[in-house]
Design a protein around this ligand. Structure first.
Ligand code: EZ4
Ligand code: CO
Length: 403
């Protein structure tokens, strides 16, 4: 069996997606997601100019060898661009292999560990009252786990809170927008938010919160402590994990569970955090951490230390990534939760898929492969539009801050 063609499709049905499609001499095709929010064309070029020429003629069944070839063979290992490109190839190859076997991907991985995938939704509001309403609305829709974010008094724009609409799109500017930040205001406000949310929603709903890398380790420890009465499912990205040792300090001071890893690309980013049991959930996902082949390795390492998975699932992970993630989640023994930020109808229309949402759960389908394809004709109607994630500056003096 041979790979006969491979194409990179960049489209913008409401947001940018980079998709790889691989064709074989036996008529089977596979797709993989390579979207790197705000840096899409770098991955498209990496694939198009440097990876695809090496794929033509190879046996698509050799998933492991192709993974090693692209990872070790480049000499320049890791990094988001490289690992997203490898992920797209890997996901497309698993799609092909599962189609060859006539099985949904989760069967090929080892079979079903659960009936469905618990997801958490995003409840955001400009103030506490709006966030409480959104949390209650999610509960009505059947969500068992809900992430709560709200505007902070005195700050104009903060992470995850749109001033104009209910949903937010992380990459919201044709040039980077600027947000403002003040850790003291945020630290005062957030326990009040969770006091109100917990009071309104009762004890049975899992509550999550994303700090988005903005606190120092000591501030993160303070926040974790102040949130303990509200029994969070997790506190996400409390401080940048560039220095994983920083989590020792947070861990010593709070029992609020910690989740990290949406910007991780490799098992090496996860190693110390997992081995020292400094986190409870690892958020690496298929697209940015080297595909199914590498994510499985991360999950197996995590399982040794009772760390569970919590795959990133914002809208910049395409419906293809969601399909692959759901097969992974259905199989992985140490599953925790899956993030779910619904795509728009327009985005979904470009990616025919068989996964479905029902009352707080996502279910992968039974179609052979990962169950997601791309409608290339429709994709061609939505050309790439430059879009950036915002940057974050301290309100006090404009110092560029973590986003
Ligand atoms: O900011 O996916 O938990 N989810 C998140 C996301 C990220 C975006 C970045 O592209 O933090 O909203
Ligand atoms: Co996050």
């Amino acid at each position: 069996m041979k790979i006969t063609a491979a194409r990179v499709i960049v489209c913008c049905p409401g947001r940018n997606f980079v998709t790889l499609k691989i064709e074989t001499d036996q008529g089977l095709t596979g797709v993989g997601d390579a979207t790197l929010n705000g840096r899409e064309l770098a991955v498209a070029s990496y694939l198009q100019d440097h990876v695809l020429p090496c794929l033509i003629g190879r046996d698509p069944q050799q998933i492991e060898d192709i993974w090693q070839y692209l990872y070790k063979g480049a000499y320049w290992r890791r990094g988001p661009v490289t690992m997203s490109a490898i992920a797209a190839v890997d996901t497309a190859l698993w799609d092909i292999k599962a189609k060859m076997a006539g099985m949904p991907l989760y069967q090929l991985l080892g079979g079903r560990s659960r009936t469905g995938v618990m997801v958490y939704g995003h409840a955001t509001g400009r103030d506490i009252a709006e966030t409480v309403d959104e949390v209650l609305r999610h509960r009505e829709e059947g969500y068992q786990a809900i992430r709560a974010q709200s505007g902070v008094p005195g700050l104009e724009k903060v992470y995850g809170v749109s001033t104009t609409q209910r949903m937010y799109e992380p990459a919201d500017g044709n040039l980077p927008n600027e947000h403002d930040w003040d850790s003291a205001k945020y630290l005062r406000h957030t326990p009040r938010l969770f006091e109100a949310v917990r009071e309104a929603v009762g004890e049975d709903i899992h509550l999550l919160h994303d700090v988005h890398h903005r606190l120092s380790p000591n501030e993160a420890a303070q926040l974790g402590r102040s949130l303990e009465p509200y029994q969070l499912f997790w506190m996400e990205d409390p401080t940048p994990a560039d220095n994983p040792q920083a989590f020792r300090l947070i861990r010593q001071h709070t029992t609020t569970p910690l989740a990290v890893g949406e910007v991780f690309n490799s098992i090496w980013d996860c190693k110390l955090l997992i081995e020292e049991q400094l986190i409870d959930y690892i958020r690496a996902t298929v697209t940015h951490a080297g595909g199914i082949t590498h994510l499985r390795r991360i999950a197996d390492l995590a399982a040794l230390y009772q760390v569970r998975t919590g795959c990133h699932g914002a809208t910049d992970l395409s419906p293809v990534a969601m399909g692959a993630a759901l097969h992974f989640d259905t199989w992985v023994p140490n599953f925790g939760v899956q993030e779910y930020m619904p795509h728009s109808a327009q985005m979904l229309s470009v990616f025919p898929h068989d996964w479905r949402f029902e009352r707080g759960m996502l279910y992968c389908g039974e179609t052979p492969g990962h169950g997601v394809d791309i409608d290339e004709k429709l994709a061609a109607k939505y050309p790439y539009q430059r879009a950036y994630l915002p940057v974050n500056r301290l309100q006090r003096d404009g110092t560029l801050w973590d986003w």
